[in-house]
Design a protein around this ligand. Structure first.
Ligand code: AMP
Length: 284
């Protein structure tokens, strides 16, 4: 029954080799599980675009800079499989840590530039962990297309850069952020918010969108960002790690809206770290 659970690289490779012999295209959706509508939107897109789809579920220890965060990360494999069933992906690949990082594993993939600043400053080693595991998943699955959410915008740019730089023949497809009704970007970490903080959390996207609109209508980015930061602090976000305008493709810092940009935020609410971002587009 689909999706078939595959736990070893050997079995994964066998399945993929069969598909490739028949000339079928392969899509991959890397996840850490605890699936929600955000993940499912990527899987739907993959199923539309590709003949065969692999969803990966691996809580990657190398990308957690905080051991408590790794321990607290939700693990819901059975529910995840049930959620995937109606969408029709072929394989749910669930390797254990020993399968991904066997004894003696000693390689790190480290992407410069786009991984600097923003989350890169506050989560040391995080993007090395992401780039390393995603490079492995690209090579293991031999996927033609890989689907990532814009929710993790810096991650999307890191993965794009890595695939290009290493000549991995995969097309990285960025998919829009799926939000709750009040605008909060869906995230596996949202379930750790207290009910009170969950209500406050909607201030994050509201503030981001208001600042983006004001910059688009000609406000000075530095001033608009200052106002937005204060609004977040007043609502109880502490600390606001970053709130910055960056180039949409290269993530270079921007002080004027002279090309397509992204406004990105990372901030804590209670003991949960939330991130979000929105496009900021010059009007002419
Ligand atoms: P994660 O399981 O958090 O590592 O996320 C796996 C993939 O799902 C990544 O490509 C994320 O960017 C994407 N994703 C997570 N949340 C959302 C969301 N709310 N909307 C769209 N994509 C998302």
């Amino acid at each position: 029954m689909k999706p078939e659970i595959v736990r070893t690289l050997r079995a994964l490779r066998e399945a993929v080799a069969g598909w490739k012999r028949r000339g079928e295209s392969v899509g991959v959706v890397p996840t850490m599980g605890a699936l929600h509508e955000g993940h499912l939107s990527l899987v739907r897109r993959a199923v539309e675009d590709c003949d065969r789809v692999i969803v990966t579920l691996f809580v990657n220890p190398k990308q957690f800079n905080d051991k408590k965060d790794l321990e607290a990360y939700p693990r819901t494999e059975e529910e995840d499989r049930e959620l995937l069933r109606p969408l029709g992906p072929d394989i749910l690949y669930v390797p254990d840590a020993g399968e991904v990082y066997p004894e003696g594993f000693a390689t790190t993939v480290s992407v410069g530039r786009v991984s600097e600043g923003l989350c890169g400053d506050f989560r040391p080693g995080h993007f090395d962990g992401v780039a390393t595991v995603v490079a492995k998943l690209f090579l293991q699955t031999a996927a033609d297309k890989a689907f990532f959410g814009e929710k993790d915008y810096q991650q999307l740019q890191v993965v794009r850069r890595m695939a290009r730089d290493l000549d991995i023949p995969v097309e990285v497809v960025g998919c829009p952020t799926i939000r709750e009704e009040d605008g909060l970007a869906m995230s596996s970490r949202n379930r750790r918010l207290s009910p009170e903080d969950r209500a406050t959390a909607a201030v994050l996207p509201q503030t981001l969108m208001a600042a983006a609109e004001s910059i688009e209508s000609g406000a000075d980015p530095t001033g608009a960002i200052g106002t937005a930061r204060q609004r977040l602090r007043d609502a109880g976000f502490e600390p606001v790690e970053y709130l910055e305008l960056r180039g949409a493709d290269d993530l270079a810092p921007m002080t004027q809206l002279d090309r397509p940009a992204r406004l990105l935020v990372g901030a804590w609410l209670g003991n949960v770290r939330l991130i979000d971002n929105v496009p900021v587009t010059p009007l002419n």
